[in-house]
Design a protein around this ligand. Structure first.
Ligand code: 13P
Ligand code: ZN
Length: 273
């Protein structure tokens, strides 16, 4: 069996293709990582096509991920090219027994490195793995235009952005009743951005990076992609309405509560008035 025939690779290829078609991945914008199950790691061991790379320091230590394997997009790789040549654009990385270094096990067949945002991905995997009892496996970062636009229109707080999204489409409080975290404008790929995001990820399953994009997590590709899509759709409605002269009415706090109650989810009450 070839690595590219493994379901966890096929799922990432599909996500990259779908994200590109949504217009969320100009040039090399965005990155994604997937934490393999023990069974998938065994499957992967039988499909290796290269010798292990050198151990490389992560710059952080993620102890609860020690020894785990991740599928990742490569730094500088274009999402639109992933379906054409997954072995060139993607890679499998293995963490060492202390969780402070990684090495390449597969992919990047024409050279290169894993995403420059490997550190934020790993810290966020660590935090979400702990917060979800091990269920969370996907970290997905994209540059959807409307969520970026929203960070120029709203105050940069968790409350202001979450409420603006909930007020703009009924699906929003159903899909992310806990809201979204927000971090300010920070240097892409920096350790500071990694730490700031991970603080938010303790409470939220997605984090808005001001003027940059969104970082969404989930137990599988569909859930992480669906969260990205739902946040972006609500932001799109908000931005469209704002650009059309502003809303005559918004979804009220009472209506947001009723929507959450109606579908049996717990809304983050402190974000309502
Ligand atoms: P990489 O190509 O290194 O993954 O960077 C893309 C990106 O979106 C940076 O924020
Ligand atoms: Zn980015």
């Amino acid at each position: 069996m070839k690595m590219t025939e493994c379901a966890f690779v096929e799922g990432m290829v599909r996500l990259c293709s779908d994200g590109w078609q949504q217009g969320w991945h100009e040039r090399n914008g965005g990155n994604v990582t997937y934490r393999l199950t023990a069974e998938e790691t065994e499957e992967a061991r039988h499909c290796l096509t290269r010798l292990p790379g050198e151990w490389v320091k992560l710059g952080i230590a993620v102890e609860n991920l020690a020894g785990e394997w991740f599928l990742a997009t490569g730094s500088g790789k274009f999402f639109r090219n992933v379906p054409l040549n997954p072995e060139d654009c993607l890679c499998l990385v293995e963490l060492n027994e202390t969780g402070d270094s990684y090495r390449l096990r597969w992919g990047l067949c024409n050279g290169g490195k894993p995403t420059s945002e490997l550190a934020p991905h790993m810290i966020n995997h660590s935090v979400r793995k702990a917060a979800t009892g091990g269920a969370c496996r996907v970290m997905y970062h994209a540059h959807p235009a409307h969520i970026v636009a929203l960070t120029f229109l709203e105050e940069l707080t968790d409350k202001a952005i979450s409420r603006a999204l909930w007020q703009s489409e009924t699906e929003a409080p159903m899909v992310f009743p806990g809201g979204v975290g927000v971090v300010g404008c920070m240097v892409p790929g920096s350790i500071d951005l990694a730490w700031a995001s991970s603080e938010k990820m303790k409470e939220y399953d997605s984090v808005v990076w001001a003027h940059h994009g969104l970082f969404a997590s989930g137990p599988d590709y569909d859930t992480a992609f669906g969260l990205m899509h739902t946040v972006e759709k609500a932001a799109q409605v908000r931005v469209l309405v704002t650009g059309a002269g502003g809303a005559k009415q918004l979804i009220t706090d009472e209506e947001i509560r009723a929507i959450a109650e109606g579908c049996g989810v717990q809304i983050r009450e402190e974000f309502l008035q």
